[in-house]
Design a protein around this ligand. Structure first.
Ligand code: DCP
Length: 230
């Protein structure tokens, strides 16, 4: 049970950090958002373990997944699920801060990326079934609290432009249609609320703007976002 005690978040009688997950399409600007808050507030920031997905014991499951999703989708997504769970459960002893902000979540890994692979016919049904069994077991048996989702809402076209500019080797093969599918899944989950369950309330920030405008929007929304911890 979640309640507020003397301005601090109390969960099951224990003082806990509020967890804010930054969500959005590939290249929607999540890292910039996290960097901004890590520099300007006393919060704990957990970036996405993407470097691990590009190098697990010398293998690159992210690149393999883009080369052949039907073969390697389950490999990448099993590892993503593990690394996201690890992030959710990690205890970092840092300067005391009532707020933890993290990039994406175990929920979007399943509700967006695994769904996308399956729905687009790129993941065999048995792989989807096994991943779903794992996911359901995890969320039934392990507490994964999330207090706020910040959705950086972009158009797929903007993300496509940003992707081309940043030129991450593995992502050169991503077509606009892929970003459109991810976008639609995000919209159905967080805006239309017609697909998977929401683990927390959602704050939407329009994110097609240039850097300067994005930073001023983060500033304008600072209190609303950080209020999750008080
Ligand atoms: N990815 C994936 N499956 C997941 C999560 C991510 O295939 N469950 C892929 C999509 C990208 C890469 O991993 O190719 C990194 O994804 P993000 O969009 O999470 O990270 P970005 O660096 O693109 O975020 P941003 O540009 O918004 O900071």
């Amino acid at each position: 049970m979640l309640s507020s005690f003397q301005g601090k978040l109390v969960r099951n009688g224990e003082e806990k950090k509020a967890v804010i997950c930054i969500e959005g399409n590939i290249a929607s600007g999540k890292t910039t958002c996290l960097e901004y808050f890590s520099k300007t507030s006393n919060i704990e920031v957990l970036t996405e373990p993407v470097s691990k997905w590009r190098n697990v014991r010398g293998h690159n499951p992210l690149a393999l997944m883009y080369q052949d999703p039907a073969r390697w989708g389950i490999t990448l997504q099993t590892y993503v699920q593990l690394t996201m769970l690890d992030r959710h459960l990690s205890t970092i002893v840092s300067v005391y801060s009532p707020v933890r902000m993290m990039e994406r979540s175990i929920f979007s890994a399943k509700y967006i990326f695994v769904e996308n692979l399956f729905k687009s016919g790129k993941m065999p049904e048995v792989d989807y079934a096994v991943l779903t069994e794992w996911f359901d077991w995890i969320i039934t048996n392990i507490s994964i609290p999330v207090d706020l989702i910040v959705y950086l809402q972009t158009s797929p076209q903007t993300c496509h432009e940003r992707l081309k500019q940043r030129c991450r080797e593995e992502e050169k093969v991503i077509p606009l249609e892929y970003l459109e599918s991810i976008h639609q899944l995000y919209e159905d989950w967080l805006i239309n609320r017609t697909s998977s369950p929401l683990p927390a309330p959602v704050l939407v920030i329009p994110a097609d703007h240039d850097l300067q405008k994005m930073l001023s929007q983060y500033e304008e929304n600072r209190d609303k976002i950080l209020a999750a911890g008080y």
